[in-house]
Design a protein around this ligand. Structure first.
Ligand code: ZN
Length: 132
């Protein structure tokens, strides 16, 4: 893995938590976008050497909705920045890592993303993220 690209944080109300990041912590808001494939609205916060991805469920079908119901707000995933995501996925599969996606899918910012099953990673949901 080259680097940690971002940390995903599940929030109930994006608009309500944004002032905490932008005003209280003083971290710039980079952008807000909707990711239809995940049913989430996402805000990227510039935290210096890393981005924070604040995730709000857009519907009850969203995995973020399920996460919030089960665990409440908090850290949802850690994303590794990778190149050649399909090669990476194949390598991980060979090493016995379970992936939640057969194929990379379109994530925020047009990135290709795939998730590793938390059961393969000692309880941590890791994302692989390739910038286009
Ligand atoms: Zn992410």
């Amino acid at each position: 893995m080259k680097r940690v690209d971002h940390i995903g944080i599940a929030v109930r109300d994006l608009n309500a938590v944004l002032p905490y990041y932008t005003e209280t912590l003083g971290c710039p808001l980079l952008k807000i976008e909707e990711v239809a494939s995940e049913n989430v609205r996402v805000a990227f916060i510039d935290a210096g050497n890393i981005k924070l991805e604040l995730l709000e469920a857009m519907s009850e079908e969203s995995v973020i909705f399920a996460f919030l119901e089960k665990r409440g707000e908090g850290i949802h995933h850690i994303a590794f920045g990778v190149e050649n995501i399909e090669t990476r996925m194949a390598e991980l599969r060979e090493k016995g890592v379970r992936l939640l996606n057969e194929q990379p899918k379109q994530g925020a910012g047009g990135a290709l993303v795939a998730f590793m099953h938390p059961k393969s990673s000692n309880g941590v949901l890791y994302e692989l993220c390739e910038k286009q």
